[in-house]
Each structure stands twice: as C-alpha cells, then as structure tokens.
Design a protein around this ligand. Sequence first.
Ligand SMILES: Nc1ncnc2c1ncn2[C@@H]1O[C@H](COP(=O)(O)OP(=O)(O)OP(=O)(O)O)[C@@H](O)[C@H]1O
Ligand SMILES: [Mg+2]
Length: 509
Amino acid sequence: MAKLSPDTIVGIDLGTTNSCAAVATGDGQVRLVPYKGGEFTIPSIFAIDDKGHELIGHEAKRQWQLNPRNTLYATKRLIGRSPKDDVVDTVQRSVQYRLHGGAHNDVELDCHGRTFQVQDVAAKLLAKIRDVASDHLGFKVRRAVVTVPAYFTDRQRQAVKEAGRLVELEVVRIINEPTAAALAYGAGKKLQERVLVYDLGGGTFDVSIIEIRDRVFEVKATGGDIFLGGLDFDDAIIRHVLDGFREKHGIDLSGDPVAMQRVRDLAERTKIDLSVRTEAPFSIPFITMTPQGQPLNLEARFSRELLEELTRGLVQRTLDLVEQVMADAGVEPKDIDEVMLVGGQTRMPLVQQTLTHYFKKPPSKAVHPDEAVAIGAALYGWSLQESSDLKLQLLDVIPMAIGLEAAGGAMHVVLPRNAPIPNAKALAATSSLDDQSELMLRIFQGDHAEVAANELLGEFTFRGVRPAPAGAVRLEVLFEVNVEGILTVSASDLDTGKQMKRTLRVTQS
Ligand SMILES: Nc1ncnc2c1ncn2[C@@H]1O[C@H](COP(=O)(O)OP(=O)(O)OP(=O)(O)O)[C@@H](O)[C@H]1O
Ligand SMILES: [Mg+2]
C-alpha cells in the first residue's frame, strides 16, 4: 500500500445536497472519509444558530426546520450566477433564506445578520470536509481534486477554485462529476467500453457519453441542466401539498418559513420512501393556526403513482437531454455498453424504468450512486501524484459553446459545444477606428444564437493598441481552455508580436 502523506490529493464531491470525500491509497484501493456517526456523506448545509455559532453539515441539517432563515442549503445552484439570472428568482421562491445581488455581478446570501458570497459557503463546506479528512488521515490535507457538474460554465468553475483558495485548500484539478463516476467504474480494469453516465443529483442533471479504452477516458459528448435535480422533485410534492391545504383551509403556508421548512423536510422523506414503497402518509401536526387560534394539522397521503404523475415531466426532460447527447455523439441506444446511474435521485423507480425502456436493458449497478464521484476524484488525485503507478488520461469537452458578442448582439462561436479540452483557437481582428487604443471583447458561454440569452463570462479590455489608421493594426485574439474547462483570453499585435496588456476580468454588466 502506498504511503499517505501531506502531499496526498484527496477527492471531494461538493454536491448540492450532500458532499463526499475519498482518498486513494494506491493499488486501486480507495477509502471514503467517514463523518461522526459513520456516514460517508455530509449535508452541504451551513447555518448560524441563535448564539451566533456556525454549524456545518449534519449539525446544520439537524436544526434547519427551526432556523430556516439562517440555514443556507442548495447554494451550489447559485454559484457563479449573476443576480439577473432567472434561476435566482426561482431559488428565492423555494428557499427560506434571503438572496440579493452582490457587488461583483454575483449573488449574496443573508444569514444571521451577516452577508456571504456563494463561494464563501462553498469554502466553509470545503474546509469542514478537509478538516474531517485531516483528522481521519492524521495529517493536514492541503490538496484536492474537486468535482463539478459537467454542465458548469467557466465562471462556475472559477468560483469553485476561488472557494478552495479562500480556505487554503489547493484545488489541483477540477474534473467533471460524470467523468469522475466513469473513473470509479473503469479505472484499472482494462476495459474497452462506451458508457453513458446519467447523474441526477440533488440540484443538477448531467449526462455524458464516455469511451473507456483501458487508461484513457474520452468524453464524446456531454449535456445537462444545472437546474434539474432532486430538489425539483421535492418542489413538485410541496406545490401539490400547499395547493391541497389552501383548498381545504383557505390558508397559504408559503409565507411561513418554519411551516415551509417542515413541509420541505417531509416532502423529501416521502419521496425517498416512495422509492421502496407504493404509499406513504404525509402528516404534520400543528402546522399552523386558523385566524381564530385553532391549531391545524396537515394530513395527506401520497402514492408512488401520484408522485410519478407530478414528476413525469422532470424525468422526461432528462430523457430529452439523453437523446440530445446521443445525437451529438452520433450513437444509438444499442451502441452504449453500460448505463451508469449516479446521484441519489436515480433510485426513483420511474427513472430506472424510463432508462430501461429507452436502452432496452437495465442500467448497471456497478457504481454506488452516492460515492462514485468522490471515489473517481480520489483515483484521479492519486494518478496526478508523482509517486503514483496509476496513470489515467482524461479527455473531456466543454459543455456549451464559448464565443464573443458580434454586431447586433449575435453570438460568434469560437469554440463549439463538445469541443475537446484542452483547446485553443486564435481569431484575427483589426482595429476599426483611427488611433484606436483599446480592444474590448465581451465573452459569453451558451448555446443560444443571441448573447443576451447566454452567460456573460467577462469583459476583457486590451490596452496598448498601436496608434494607426483604422484597419491597419492586425490583432490576434487567443482563446485557451485548459483541462479544467477554464478559459484564458489573450491578444497580441500580429505585426510587432507584442502581447497586449489585459485588464482584470470584470463580470459587472
Ligand atoms: N431513495 C431515494 N429515492 C429518490 N430520491 C432520493 C433517494 N435517495 C436520495 N434521493 C435524492 O437524491 C438527491 C441527492 O442526491 P445526491 O446526493 O447524489 O446529490 P448531490 O450530489 O448533492 O447533488 P448534485 O450532484 O446535483 O450537486 C436528493 O434530492 C435526495 O432527495
Ligand atoms: Mg452529485
């Protein structure tokens, strides 16, 4: 067994609802990091209690019903997002803590009179996971491979790196969650297979088609929706329950944070129950009072059938994305050797039946849906270490096109969706004004034809353009996307070879 040391790189799956960490000890052996009580996952929740104490993980979840305003959960859905983004409103409607726009075109969260950036919360979670791992391993963990949804943009990836920096955890590599799951499945097994990873977690859905050729893991196409996950299944139940309560008692519970948190908690538990049973009660005593001061109970029953009716549209959306990725990769269901299920929400029978029907065979049970991503990250971390004898090659892709704003707000695509990474592409440009001194570019990521519907990654201003008549300065703009899916843009004067100075990336708009 290889020796663990402070240089060891741990693998961290920073999930929307649960996080998990693992470490490889060599020889294909991976240990999961246990939390108090023996569980291998920790709720991705941060809270501050009445006394001002910060709580993370299980401690935070234990009190979330009673302290809904100061319990921050599912914050991964907000990372690297601009406050104007529609999803921010949607999140605000479903959580009990308060959100508002921050100074950097980002979202800030209120908690117990304090304000946090989304990456501050990710940083707190990373620090907690690191500390538990350090206690378990007996040395201070300093380095990690951290996973993100394949469908994360450059901006979201940068925010996760920043979270690590905030707590002095070196994020040596960001890798995609489905790719990590494929590593957990195939590393060291000398496989020649084409697998489809279907990852439906708490907050996000990812699907990737990956060709495994022994140590090479090549992503052929990826797709997903970073706003489609178990939380949306919970919301479907919650809406149904609230509607029923309003009809029966004329009372809208949505304005009562404590009642709402109790409903959310039970909605999730009921959903999970209905994966193994066909019926479940849904009752919460003393949920509220009538205007006359009479206590009211919430009493309902749920069947698996009703849950399926309420969420069929969500499962269909995942299947539409599967079909799109299949088309992008140019393959048919029969060309997929194994379908891997990752993410807690894939335990829902309807999900498994839908996939079995589409692929005409049941999905593989070869990986653990909650642990595969952290295990894959740990294996990859191990392969990056000098002392390692496991050499893995990951060939991933960008999930959405990267491009710049052209005349009339059109998106000029520089790197298309599913372009392999690392990648680089040079664009030629000329000065358009006499004595133009700056070149300004607005860069976007997304698959829409109009930039307004895509995510603004940043505005870059290149200073020091040579004074000359319009059209006389020939510039080259170089787009480079590294193995992590993170973009750098540089520009140079083609005639003098001089590199332009670039101002800091600004994301304000
Ligand atoms: N038995 C079950 N049946 C249905 N859903 C389940 C079951 N067990 C867990 N879930 C759901 O799975 C989701 C959590 O999955 P997981 O822990 O994989 O997500 P995550 O990694 O935190 O999120 P993401 O990958 O989207 O960032 C929750 O919504 C949870 O309710
Ligand atoms: Mg996950």
